[in-house]
Design a protein around this ligand. Structure first.
Ligand SMILES: *Cc1c(COP(=O)(O)O)cnc(C)c1O
Length: 449
């Protein structure tokens, strides 16, 4: 079992890194409930909110050692906070990783995951079927910072994928199940290509969650999450997480990752990959990116996220079961032009999903109505139980039209490239009774007939 958060006296040496309390050996259900926080005698049974910006020391020397990353401990919540760390360690254990950190949002997690190993002049390959916010981050904002992205069709052949690598490629990125196009990624194809070229595969595992898919088991090196979705599960707090498997050998590709393999002058010449081993990537992201960019999650939000995580193993299967019933209903429906749900036998991703996520996929369904965009919008306006919200993947059934909402900034060609048909309705099935959800769809279809 993981150690609980300990005060700096007698704290481990820098070799063990600043994120060393990861639980292991338990099954996911147990980790959801008990992971990350193990109180000692007389301490709160429930993870407390360390609502403190700062942490106290006895001597100036003790504090100085923290600043030099020579000791483990907390000093300022912009870098680390015990509540946040406990929650990060729970997610780390669920993913089977070596180290993890929380961020203020999923966007911040995606940004840090790339920016931690790529800078101006570098290049990254990404699956084109990713969250709209991620494709905007990559092709607009990171482009302005000088990082060049190539977006590839996720069904690209290994030979064609091979050709997209350049000498300055630093990472490959994708989503295990893409939002909102629900493409199940061929993880092993992308992992092999990345490793053949000496770079890590970073996967956004938001939709599948570690309950359904553990990407490290298929060769992914780093996983990101928007914890805002199923992990929080109640639409209460925006947050993100980055988990590192610790498997990628940065020193074996020294010249590609100077930030990890050469001295950091802002920490007295420390070399992350040498000093922190499997925790090097997360330690660097904390020490440099949190220090300089500061996208920390508030401890209050981390506390709420932890409450959500305690039922993740119960909610995710329920979302999947309800979504399967709704998808089967839609598929049999005259008014429906097409349905994409990777848990449906008719889905082109059914077999692949069985391999990578045999227990289930996610609670989100994409479909289009006969009569196209216009009719789809009218249908959505007629729903009563399912609410039109930007959010996705929480306890309440919700619905969105990406072409008018989340993906509004994309041109028609970009929409197609991102796998988002103009008539696509994203239906996020909640954990209400499936009979009521289907009845709501039925009455809305009646209303647009
Ligand atoms: C929502 C989402 C994000 C962005 O997360 P925020 O918490 O909203 O910043 C990233 N990736 C996926 C797959 C998402 O669904």
């Amino acid at each position: 079992m993981e150690q609980r958060y300990t005060l700096p006296e007698g704290s481990p040496s820098a070799k063990e890194g600043v994120h060393s309390r990861v639980s292991s050996g338990y099954r996911p259900e147990t980790i959801c409930i008990q992971g990350g926080w193990t109180p000692g005698k007389g301490e709160p049974r429930v993870l407390p909110i360390y609502q403190s910006t700062t942490f106290k020391y006895d001597t100036s020397e003790q504090m100085a050692r923290l600043f030099d990353l020579e000791d483990e401990g907390y000093f300022y919540t912009r870098l680390q906070n015990p509540t946040n760390d406990a929650v990060a360690q729970k997610i780390c254990a669920l993913e089977g990783g070596a180290a993890a950190m929380l961020t203020s949002s999923g966007q911040a997690a995606t940004f840090y995951s790339i920016f931690n190993i790529a800078s101006a002049g570098d290049h990254v390959i990404s699956s084109a079927t990713i969250y709209g916010g991620s494709s905007n981050l990559f092709t607009v904002t990171l482009k302005k910072l000088g990082i060049d992205f190539t977006l590839v069709d996720p069904e690209i052949s290994p030979e064609e994928l091979e050709k997209e690598f350049k000498p300055n490629t630093r990472a490959v990125f994708g989503e295990t199940i893409s939002n909102p196009s629900l493409v199940v990624l061929d993880i092993e194809k992308f992992a092999k290509a990345a490793h053949d070229h000496g770079v890590p595969l970073i996967l956004d595992n938001t939709f599948a969650t570690p309950i359904n898919c553990r990407p490290f088991e298929f060769g992914a090196d780093i996983v990101t999450h928007s914890t805002t979705k199923y992990m929080d599960g109640h639409a209460m707090s925006v947050g993100g997480c980055i988990v590192d498997s610790g498997n990628f050998d940065w020193m074996a590709h020294k010249e590609k990752f100077p930030g990890l393999t050469t001295p950091d002058e802002s920490y007295h010449g420390l070399v992350y990959a040498e000093a922190f081993g499997k925790k090097a990537y997360i330690t660097k992201a904390t020490a440099q990116l949190m220090r300089d960019l500061g996208a920390i999650q508030s401890p209050q939000n981390a506390f709420l996220l932890n409450v959500g995580l305690e039922t993740l193993h119960l909610r995710v299967p329920c979302h999947c079961e309800n979504a399967r019933k709704v998808a089967e209903y839609l598929e049999a429906c005259e008014d429906v032009a097409w349905v994409n749900y990777p848990g449906l036998k008719s889905s082109p991703y059914y077999e692949r999903a069985k391999k990578y996520m045999p227990g289930g996929t996610c609670g989100v369904i994409a479909f289009g109505l006969k009569g196209g965009r216009e009719r789809s919008i009218k249908f959505m306006d007629s729903l009563k139980l399912a609410a039109i919200v930007t959010h996705v993947a929480d306890a309440r059934t919700s619905v969105l039209h990406p072409a008018s909402h989340t993906h509004r900034q994309l041109s028609d060609e970009q929409l197609i490239e991102a796998g988002v048909k103009p008539d696509l309705i994203r239906f996020s099935v909640g954990i209400e009774n499936a009979v009521d959800i289907i009845a709501d769809i039925e009455q809305a279809l009646d209303a647009v007939r």
